[in-house]
Design a protein around this ligand. Structure first.
Ligand code: NAD
Ligand code: IPM
Ligand code: MN
Length: 360
């Protein structure tokens, strides 16, 4: 039996609804595939902050480091400034554990209508640089209260940072349809972007089967709305990738569907799996949250841990529940979070039984 130690941080808001939903599904999958998933819960987040003045334990990163993966809901609450909640938990995990790739699949799912008249199936991957770029720690609010008051933050692209994101994206494109689009803004305005373009182009030249298109991010956003099916792999900086991933998932139906994997590809540190969405305080506690993004992130975690069959089983189960019309309100259905989760559990069992039947 394969054993994996998984750190679970439900976090805030709907994290406390979608994480238990996904864990129920992961536990059933683990039983059926003889996996020993050892979940350890960490009650860190904005309530912890209210009690302790910090988002996680002082030695939080050391506690997480001994796990094989981290499964996170979301962090953020209207009671705590986002700068505190994000720089106090999510961002240090991404950086300390060198999770420099944020992989975000965007895919049409049967049973979920796009809000747009999308003509063809969408199946694309966003590779977001996850450690640097516009999210640098250099800068801050200056001269508070004085006439010179201002704010600035320096964008940092290192050759290594861009190169490793570009390699990862090019390898993925090479294994798929061979089309790589790089999100840029190098039309003379953003001075750091020509360097991004240069390093991406140099890197992708090593992949003769991959065609690289560099596209200005504003036009790229428009193309994601008008012809999203034409994209294969998109590589983007931290901020551009963040924005494009909410846009992409919404084009397929809802931000509630979108999964993500914050990866340390070398496996030196645990990787983190979380939905793309946040804590959604506007719907928290009402049973309205769509757990698909969290469940799908669970499937990505199984794949990462070396269990592609278990991952495919979980993926097929939530896709089947959506196809059968069990979607939550954000995708036009009427199910609550727990009704949808029950439908996924049923589909997990049904698919397992079907796999046992001899083909006739
Ligand atoms: P959000 O993603 O939480 O919500 C945006 C909109 O999408 C809301 O209307 C919400 O109801 C809806 N939505 C999101 N997830 C959904 C789901 N699973 N099912 C149905 N509807 C869903 O973004 P926001 O409102 O801008 O941010 C809220 C808080 O979350 C902020 O504090 C923000 O900093 C934080 N945040 C955290 C993460 C993270 O932890 N990874 C990511 C994004 C935002
Ligand atoms: C995401 C989120 C985070 C990001 C925020 C909450 C810091 O929006 O994971 O997409 O911008 O990376
Ligand atoms: Mn985001």
């Amino acid at each position: 039996m394969s054993t994996h130690k998984i750190a679970v941080i439900p976090g805030d808001g709907i994290g406390n609804e979608v994480v238990p939903a996904a864990i129920d599904c992961l536990e059933r999958i683990a039983e059926l595939h003889s996996l020993d998933l050892e979940f350890t819960y960490f009650g860190w987040g904005c309530e912890y902050y209210a009690r302790h003045g910090r988002m996680m334990a002082e030695d939080g990163l050391e506690q997480l480091a001994v796990h094989d993966a981290i499964f996170l809901g979301a962090v953020g609450s209207p009671e705590v400034p986002d700068a505190e909640s994000l720089w106090g938990l999510l961002i240090p995990i991404r950086r300390e554990f060198q999770q420099y790739i944020n992989l975000r699949p965007v895919k049409t799912l049967d049973g979920v209508a796009s809000p747009l008249a999308v003509k063809n199936p969408i199946d694309l991957l966003i590779v977001r640089e996850n450690n640097e770029g516009e999210y640098s720690e250099i800068g801050g609010r200056m001269y508070r209260g004085l006439p010179e008051e201002s704010a600035m933050q320096t964008t940092v692209f290192t050759r290594l940072g861009v190169l490793r994101a570009a390699h990862y994206a090019a390898r993925l494109a090479d294994s798929r349809r061979g089309q790589l689009t790089s999100a840029t803004k190098s039309n003379g305005i953003v001075h750091t972007m020509p360097f991004w373009d240069e390093v991406v182009a140099e890197t992708v030249r090593e992949y003769p089967e991959v065609t690289l298109t560099s596209e200005l991010v504003d036009a790229l956003a428009a193309h994601l709305v008008l012809k999203p099916w034409t994209f294969d792999v998109i590589v983007a900086s931290n901020l551009f990738g963040d924005i494009l991933s909410d846009l992409g998932s919404s084009v397929t139906g809802s931000i509630g569907l979108a999964p993500s994997a914050n990866l340390n590809p070398e496996g030196d540190f645990p990787s983190l799996f979380e939905p793309v969405h946040g804590s959604a305080p506007d719907i928290a506690g009402k049973g309205l949250a769509n757990p698909v993004g969290q469940i799908w992130s669970g499937a990505m975690m199984l794949e990462h841990l070396g269990h592609p069959e278990a991952a495919a089983h979980l993926q097929a189960a939530f896709e089947s529940a959506l196809r059968d019309g069990f979607g939550t309100r954000d995708v036009g259905g009427t199910s609550s979070t727990s009704e949808f989760t029950a439908a996924v559990l049923t589909a997990i069992n049904t698919l397992a039984l079907a796999a046992e039947q001899p083909a006739n």
